[in-house]
Design a protein around this ligand. Structure first.
Ligand code: NAP
Length: 467
């Protein structure tokens, strides 16, 4: 296809639960993407000249705008992503909080003023917006992954070019409208959907005025983008894949651990980077844990989330198919399906039944792959050092969970885990006020808290003659 033809192309957005086309969005060509950088550069000049208080007030207005439109955003997320209504409502609330948090951070500009050790010089350290930033987001949190980047970028004074996932662009466009209504000037926040992510992103990254890439998505794509950014030494932040261990000790409160496991595994139907992927349960409590966890899994209602189901479809039939393959190969290696929910009659093949697997062999592929679906593989353990080594064996270290009777025991285990975030007697870790991110191949940098805004700034140091 030539670029000229691409000017007129539209991209269909489908409901994964029904397959119905929800809407069409413009399918951006490389030329159109390149032209967006002109508008972003002009927008950046205007936006960086606003005061921190002005930026704060615009972000606060966007926070209120999201709250006012919470129902509409929830329904959009349910329709294009397929998560449950409760998960979508929680996402909208979480996503809006990034605008409130960064409205409050925008006015707390950090800096430093020190005397050089040898004397005669003062060091003045300030922070400046990095420039036009490219933001790339995945489909699993269409609102929150966007606001977690847009909030700090705008607070810092940057203009942004957002490429949402091709499956879920509608929520991103709705958020951009809310930002415009809140007073964001033209060109400062622009969204481009595309049937070819690399077409749009390559056009953006080729422009010298683009100085930042903030990416959330898989480790594989993140690696490729890091290599791409190396060409022009573009500042990068990477929020990549996870493979979270969930450790339960013999002294843990098992009812609390099961509550946490349900949240850590089945929120968003297991399609979360922080989703518990590997359940390491102490042998002494294995029977009680799997019985209670299995009973809860069997009660999950699978179906169209628009009708109130707990677990909707996977994002695509192909994603569900890949997970079925992981389950099949695990059972061929000896794992046992200990519990399952019921699939509704006539469900399309994007639906997957929540499944508990026990007796999973340590070399099973399902323990080393990010499952990204409602499947919980369980492994028994007796030796603490050995289970910590297993937990740390993954190439990614995004999140981890630990349940132990004594807080001290849980904390001691948590400190030994190679993970950017650890839920300590909790099945969820995200909070707009806290640094979200991973170690090893789970990423570079942090989002949220005061850390998130630093990612969109450059440090400048002035060496001032004081003699
Ligand atoms: P993905 O395939 O890596 O896609 C993420 C985004 O990158 C999408 O917008 C995609 O666009 C775009 N993209 C794909 N190939 C590209 C390329 N060559 N150049 C530029 N952009 C490209 O990931 P996903 O399947 O959407 O999301 C699931 C993954 O995200 C999981 O691994 C999950 O752990 C991770 N994740 C991480 C976090 C975190 O904070 N660490 C949060 C959520 C999700 P298209 O949709 O158009 O392909």
């Amino acid at each position: 296809m030539t670029a000229d033809h691409a000017q007129d192309r539209m991209l269909a957005v489908r409901n994964p639960a029904t397959g119905a086309v929800l809407d069409h969005v413009h399918d951006h060509s490389a030329e159109q993407a390149a032209a967006m950088v002109d508008a972003a550069a002009a927008g950046f000049r205007a936006w960086r000249g606003t005061t921190p208080r002005q930026r704060s007030e615009v972000l606060m207005a966007a926070f209120h705008g999201m709250r006012e439109q919470a129902q509409r955003l929830r329904d959009l997320i349910v329709a294009e992503n397929g998560k449950s209504q409760a998960d979508a409502a929680a996402e909208v609330s979480y996503a809006a909080e990034f605008f409130r948090w960064y409205a409050e951070e925008a006015v707390r500009s950090p800096g430093d003023y020190t005397e050089a050790p040898a004397g005669g010089v003062r060091n003045v350290v300030t922070r400046h917006p990095v420039g036009v930033a490219v933001l790339i987001t995945p489909w699993n949190f269409p609102a929150a992954m966007a606001t977690r980047k847009i909030g700090p970028a705008l607070a810092a004074g940057c203009a942004v070019l957002l490429k949402p996932a091709s499956e879920t662009p509608l929520t991103a466009f709705a958020i951009a409208e809310i930002l415009t209504e809140a007073g964001v000037p033209e060109g400062v926040v622009q969204v481009a959907a595309s049937s070819s992510a690399s077409r749009v992103v390559t056009a953006w990254l080729a422009d010298d005025r683009v100085r930042k890439l903030s990416f959330t998505g898989s480790t594989g794509v993140g690696r490729r983008l890091l290599a791409h950014c190396a060409e022009r030494v573009v500042n990068t932040s990477m929020e990549l894949g996870g493979n979270a261990p969930f450790i339960v000790t013999s002294g843990a409160d098992i009812d609390a651990a099961v509550d946490g496991a349900m949240l850590a595994k089945f929120r968003n139907g297991g399609q979360a980077c922080t989703a518990a992927n590997r359940f390491y349960i102490h042998q002494d409590v294995l029977g009680e844990f799997t019985e209670k966890f299995g009973a809860r899994i069997a009660q999950l209602r699978v179906g169209d989330p628009a009708s109130g189901a707990d677990i909707g479809p996977m994002i695509t039939e192909q994603a569900a198919q890949e997970i079925r393959g992981l389950i099949r190969r695990a059972t061929e290696q000896g794992a046992v399906i200990a519990a399952q929910a019921v699939l509704p009659e006539g469900a399309n093949s994007a639906f997957l039944t929540p499944t508990l697997l026990t007796g999973v062999p340590l070399d099973a592929e399902i323990l080393s792959e990010e499952i990204f679906g409602p499947v919980a593989p369980v492994v028994a353990w007796t030796d603490l050092d050995a289970v910590i080594a297993l937990a740390n064996a993954a190439e990614v270290g995004l999140s981890a969970y630990v349940y132990a009777g004594k807080l001290q025991t849980a904390m001691k285990i948590a400190e030994r885990l190679e993970a950017g975030m650890v839920g300590v007697n909790r099945g969820i870790v995200s909070d707009p006020s806290a640094p979200f991110g991973g170690v090893k191949q789970a990423g570079i940098g942090r989002e949220g808290g005061s850390f998130g805004m630093e990612e969109f700034t450059e440090v400048q140091y002035l060496s001032v003659d004081w003699s």
